[in-house]
Design a protein around this ligand. Sequence first.
Ligand SMILES: Nc1nc2c(ncn2[C@@H]2O[C@H](COP(=O)(O)OP(=O)(O)OP(=O)(O)O)[C@@H](O)[C@H]2O)c(=O)[nH]1
Ligand SMILES: [Mg+2]
Length: 296
Amino acid sequence: MFKFFKKTYSGLKKTRTKIANMFTGISGKKHLSADDLEKLEEALLQADLGWEVVDNIVDSLSKSDDKNLAWEERFLNSMDLLLNGKIQTKPLRKTILLVGINGTGKTTSAAKLAGEFSKDGESVLLVAGDTYRAAAVEQIREWSKRLKVQLVANEGTSDPAAVAFDGVNSGLSKNVDRIIVDTAGRLHTSLNLMKELEKINRVVRKMTDEVDVLITIDANTGQNGIQQAREFNKYLPIDGVILTKMDGTARGGIAVPIMLELNLPVYYIGVGEQVDDLVPFDMDSYLKGLIGIENE
Ligand SMILES: Nc1nc2c(ncn2[C@@H]2O[C@H](COP(=O)(O)OP(=O)(O)OP(=O)(O)O)[C@@H](O)[C@H]2O)c(=O)[nH]1
Ligand SMILES: [Mg+2]
């Protein structure tokens, strides 16, 4: 767990650096003045925690003045109350469909997940469901070789639902532990491509109920990512989020509004381009990383 905490903490470095100046002078304080609260509010908004959350937290910090607790502790307690029981993460099912807009990290996350599951001793099959970009199959093939996991791909077709069918069918008949289907990036405004995603989902679900659809959201896109998930959810049921590129953003707070506004769990955060730069999301580590509490 400590390794994950460290990765979560370093993944939030940019966010902290950006808001650190605003925290100067209030670190460890038990009583926050109106001025302090204003600074804190601004810092949390800059980190993209969203109006609603920040309002709620600042309000509760201004009311409760527990003489024995630093504001950081009270912040964690208030967040706990706010999030309590709202987001239940259940273990991911056998077949995972990765969806999302272009370049958000679907293929890399598919590889990272494959790496993580194989490390846990599971047999994994990757499915190259992006039949659009010429380099897409090559990219996932490279990963499959590097990770020594099976791959189902078909350069001869431009029908991603057919590849998804072959891949999931093969994985089910071989009885692998995990089937991870990569899909092409698409904008939710492209109706044809969204209909196609709907079809991929339908084809897969005809074979198995054990499916989870995860959307990759680039943390840099901030609040826009919430809208992406809402739009995708109109075409297929989104079960959870992988928040990518957390290492490169100053807006790392976005996980909280994602969970509260969408009522969706964040399963993992991406903190780099390497295969092990995927960290299971843990709320406590995440919040501590955000405000700079270094010890678990
Ligand atoms: N720093 C960082 N880079 C990432 C992360 N996840 C993905 N990337 C990089 O982002 C770029 C796009 O990643 P892909 O996995 O190809 O994204 P995609 O969603 O499959 O893209 P399309 O298939 O074109 O829609 C690549 O250069 C990745 O290495 C992350 O968590 N952190
Ligand atoms: Mg891709």
